[in-house]
Write a protein of this length. Structure first.
Length: 94
Protein backbone atom coordinates (compact mmCIF):
# COMPACT_ATOMS: atom_id res chain seq x y z
CA UNK A 1 0.00 0.00 0.00
CA UNK A 2 1.39 3.41 -0.96
CA UNK A 3 1.27 6.65 0.99
CA UNK A 4 -1.12 8.16 -1.55
CA UNK A 5 -3.53 5.23 -1.22
CA UNK A 6 -3.47 5.51 2.58
CA UNK A 7 -4.12 9.27 2.41
CA UNK A 8 -6.93 8.71 -0.11
CA UNK A 9 -8.52 6.11 2.17
CA UNK A 10 -8.30 8.45 5.17
CA UNK A 11 -9.92 11.25 3.16
CA UNK A 12 -12.75 8.96 2.10
CA UNK A 13 -13.29 7.67 5.63
CA UNK A 14 -13.09 11.06 7.36
CA UNK A 15 -16.77 12.00 6.80
CA UNK A 16 -17.80 8.86 8.72
CA UNK A 17 -15.22 8.99 11.52
CA UNK A 18 -14.85 12.07 13.73
CA UNK A 19 -11.34 11.14 14.94
CA UNK A 20 -10.03 10.71 11.41
CA UNK A 21 -11.83 13.88 10.31
CA UNK A 22 -10.08 15.85 13.06
CA UNK A 23 -6.71 14.41 12.08
CA UNK A 24 -7.22 15.19 8.38
CA UNK A 25 -8.47 18.70 9.19
CA UNK A 26 -5.43 19.36 11.42
CA UNK A 27 -3.03 18.11 8.74
CA UNK A 28 -4.77 20.25 6.11
CA UNK A 29 -4.60 23.31 8.38
CA UNK A 30 -0.86 22.86 8.91
CA UNK A 31 -0.25 22.30 5.21
CA UNK A 32 -2.35 25.34 4.31
CA UNK A 33 -0.55 27.56 6.85
CA UNK A 34 2.86 26.50 5.54
CA UNK A 35 1.84 27.20 1.95
CA UNK A 36 0.38 30.57 2.96
CA UNK A 37 3.70 31.51 4.60
CA UNK A 38 5.60 30.45 1.47
CA UNK A 39 3.33 32.54 -0.75
CA UNK A 40 3.65 35.56 1.58
CA UNK A 41 7.43 35.14 1.57
CA UNK A 42 7.44 34.96 -2.22
CA UNK A 43 5.41 38.17 -2.38
CA UNK A 44 7.77 39.94 0.03
CA UNK A 45 10.81 38.85 -1.99
CA UNK A 46 9.23 39.98 -5.25
CA UNK A 47 9.09 36.44 -6.65
CA UNK A 48 5.28 36.46 -6.70
CA UNK A 49 2.83 39.21 -7.56
CA UNK A 50 2.24 41.61 -4.66
CA UNK A 51 -1.55 41.50 -5.13
CA UNK A 52 -1.71 37.71 -4.89
CA UNK A 53 -4.20 36.49 -2.28
CA UNK A 54 -2.03 34.10 -0.25
CA UNK A 55 -5.03 32.62 1.57
CA UNK A 56 -6.91 31.81 -1.64
CA UNK A 57 -3.85 30.54 -3.50
CA UNK A 58 -2.92 28.26 -0.61
CA UNK A 59 -6.44 26.87 -0.42
CA UNK A 60 -6.41 26.29 -4.19
CA UNK A 61 -3.12 24.40 -4.06
CA UNK A 62 -4.30 22.18 -1.20
CA UNK A 63 -7.59 21.48 -3.00
CA UNK A 64 -5.85 20.72 -6.30
CA UNK A 65 -3.32 18.33 -4.79
CA UNK A 66 -5.94 16.60 -2.66
CA UNK A 67 -8.29 16.38 -5.62
CA UNK A 68 -5.84 14.58 -7.85
CA UNK A 69 -4.81 12.33 -4.97
CA UNK A 70 -8.28 10.86 -4.53
CA UNK A 71 -9.28 7.80 -6.54
CA UNK A 72 -11.68 9.58 -8.87
CA UNK A 73 -12.16 9.45 -12.60
CA UNK A 74 -11.00 13.06 -12.98
CA UNK A 75 -7.69 12.14 -11.37
CA UNK A 76 -7.12 9.56 -14.09
CA UNK A 77 -7.09 12.17 -16.86
CA UNK A 78 -3.56 13.48 -17.21
CA UNK A 79 -4.70 16.36 -19.41
CA UNK A 80 -7.03 17.65 -16.68
CA UNK A 81 -4.31 17.38 -14.06
CA UNK A 82 -1.97 19.33 -16.35
CA UNK A 83 -4.73 21.91 -16.90
CA UNK A 84 -5.24 22.44 -13.16
CA UNK A 85 -1.56 22.85 -12.41
CA UNK A 86 -1.04 24.99 -15.51
CA UNK A 87 -3.70 27.34 -14.17
CA UNK A 88 -2.03 27.45 -10.76
CA UNK A 89 1.28 28.27 -12.45
CA UNK A 90 -0.40 31.12 -14.32
CA UNK A 91 -2.01 32.45 -11.13
CA UNK A 92 1.38 32.36 -9.39
CA UNK A 93 3.10 33.92 -12.41
CA UNK A 94 5.50 31.00 -12.81
Amino acid sequence: MTLSSVLAELSLRAPRDDAIAAMVRNTDDIWHANLRRLVESGKEQGCLAADLNAEAVSASIVAAVKGISLPTMAALHAARVDQVFGELQQILGL
